[in-house]
Design a binder for this molecule. Structure first.
Ligand code: SAM
Length: 214
């Protein structure tokens, strides 16, 4: 996210939160973008390199695996996963984002759906969550993590990271290890936890964690 775009997003988020609709800013942002990628802070029109590197290293998803992408945005991660042979469902709260995905990828094998993580239900083999938890309001975090944990028997989460002793920061709000430990409630066990400075965006601390039902 560059600073100017991030400021616009933060201001929209603040206004919607004050109006009692803390998640409403996502749809507002996509709508006001009017199909201009340049105004969406996270629209880089490429797969997240930390997801692609993970898939390559772990040889996941295997062809035919049922994969769900949480908060799919404009669909690049979902399309990448489908290209690996997975059977992909991708959902986002924003109707405009989902319509935009369908326009971008008219021949896609991905099932794009409008849905709110806090209500979305399904039983998938793998759930992929990148950069959505950190964009949701802090007071919804534990519910949101719980909801991710209920989606699949195996989960990868890629997010901004911070120590418990660091201040919560500003949007996008980094997660702590304790936040992610909320996944254990659903019987998931941590297979690998990575904490790194983003080589593509130096100065940004990222966590990438891989979980599986015991
Ligand atoms: C920061 S963007 C990241 C998008 C995408 N994952 C990426 O990395 O490019 C967060 C996305 O999550 C969606 N989102 C936010 N809250 C959501 C919720 N409760 N349920 C589903 N999607 C949500 C937003 O509309 C937005 O597309």
């Amino acid at each position: 996210m560059n600073d100017e775009k991030r400021d616009v997003a933060r201001e929209l988020a603040r206004r919607h939160s004050e109006a009692g609709d803390p998640l409403g800013w996502f749809e507002a942002l996509y709508k006001q973008a009017n199909r201009d990628f340049n105004t969406i802070p996270w629209a880089d029109r490429a797969v997240n390199p930390h997801l692609a590197a993970w898939c390559e290293r772990e040889a996941l998803p295997r062809p035919g695996m049922r994969v769900v992408v949480v908060g799919c945005g404009l669909g690049d991660d979902a399309e990448y996963l489908a290209g690996l042979g997975a059977d992909v469902t991708a959902f986002d709260l924003s109707e405009t984002a989902i319509r935009w995905c369908r326009e971008r990828f008219p021949d896609s094998r991905v099932s794009y759906q409008v849905g709110n993580l806090l209500e979305f239900r399904g039983a998938f083999d793998l759930a992929v969550e990148s950069y959505t938890l950190q964009a949701m309001p802090l007071d919804l975090r534990s519910r949101a993590i719980d909801a991710v944990g209920k989606l699949a028997r195996e989960i990868v989460v890629i997010c901004r990271g911070r120590d418990e002793s660091d201040p919560p920061g500003t949007l996008p709000y980094p997660l702590t290890r304790a936040d992610l430990d909320g996944l254990r409630k659903n019987g998931l066990e941590l297979l690998k936890f990575e904490d790194f400075d983003d080589p593509y965006d130096p100065g940004k601390r990222r966590f990438r964690s891989h979980w599986r039902i015991k």
